[in-house]
Design a protein around this ligand. Structure first.
Ligand SMILES: Nc1ncnc2c1ncn2[C@@H]1O[C@H](COP(=O)(O)OP(=O)(O)OP(=O)(O)O)[C@@H](O)[C@H]1O
Ligand SMILES: [Mg+2]
Length: 220
């Protein structure tokens, strides 16, 4: 589902990722970890084409991502959901509208949008907050809405960058549970985090990024 072959990435002549190869299988839920500055976010950005590789090939859900023309990127992004910290909610829109926006882009009919958004709100147990504006929600609730927005269009691949940020342990567990549910419904999930507690004991595959390459791979 996600395949890197000999991928390198430089910023201003400095190497961040060097000759990286790995595969994430369809239906997998896997983690990327490593110290701050190791290149976790960069690696995710390469997958959804926010950055381009300098060498090598990246194939995501059948798309040769490194070679995509600018105009084709939106089609890739319909299949790749992202939960990123710098990709926040719109504060002038209600919870319902924040999630519905992702579907309006998909040309869905209003009645179907309402039903789909309501179902996702039930999934994340925030149906009672549908008319609330995001600034009146707790950090953990906001993050659940961000995840709902990413999952509502049923992406083939879901990418998450430090999805539990500085949330408490209970809220973090709850959010990781949501990722497991999304994964159980068939979405391939890749989570970048420096927080070992998130993958410890999960039995899922963990890629350790350090010093420009994947240093080791283990089971969490
Ligand atoms: N747009 C950019 N321009 C130049 N350098 C960049 C850019 N983005 C990232 N870098 C550099 O690339 C390296 C990897 O950054 P990246 O954000 O991918 O690391 P990370 O593993 O996600 O770190 P963290 O755990 O702190 O989020 C860092 O040295 C960073 O300074
Ligand atoms: Mg990062």
């Amino acid at each position: 589902m996600i395949q890197f072959s000999g991928v390198s990435k430089y910023y201003d002549g400095d190497v961040v990722l060097k000759d990286i190869s790995f595969t994430i299988e369809k239906g997998e839920l896997a983690y990327i970890t490593g110290p701050s500055g190791a290149g976790k976010t960069t690696l995710l950005k390469l997958i959804y084409c926010a950055e381009r590789p300098d060498t090598g090939q990246i194939v995501v859900a059948g798309w040769d991502v490194g070679k995509l023309k600018q105009g084709t990127i939106p089609f890739l992004r319909r299949n790749v959901g992202i939960v990123f910290q710098d990709f926040r909610l719109l504060f002038n829109k209600t919870v319902f509208d924040n999630i519905a926006l992702a579907l309006r882009i998909h040309d869905m009919q209003p009645r179907e949008i309402k039903e789909t958004v309501n179902n996702v709100l039930k999934d994340i147990r925030l149906k009672h907050k549908e008319h609330v504006f995001p600034q009146h929600l707790s950090g953990g609730e906001q993050q659940r809405i961000v995840i709902a927005r990413a999952m509502v269009s049923r992406p083939t691949v879901l990418l998450a960058d430090e999805p539990t940020g500085n949330l408490d342990m209970d809220t973090s567990r709850n959010i990781m549970g949501l990722f497991r549910e999304i994964n159980a419904r068939g979405t391939t999930v890749l989570i970048a985090t420096h927080n070992n507690a998130l993958f410890h004991g999960t039995g899922r595959r963990v890629l350790y990024l350090n010093n420009t390459h994947i240093e080791k791979e283990a089971v969490g």
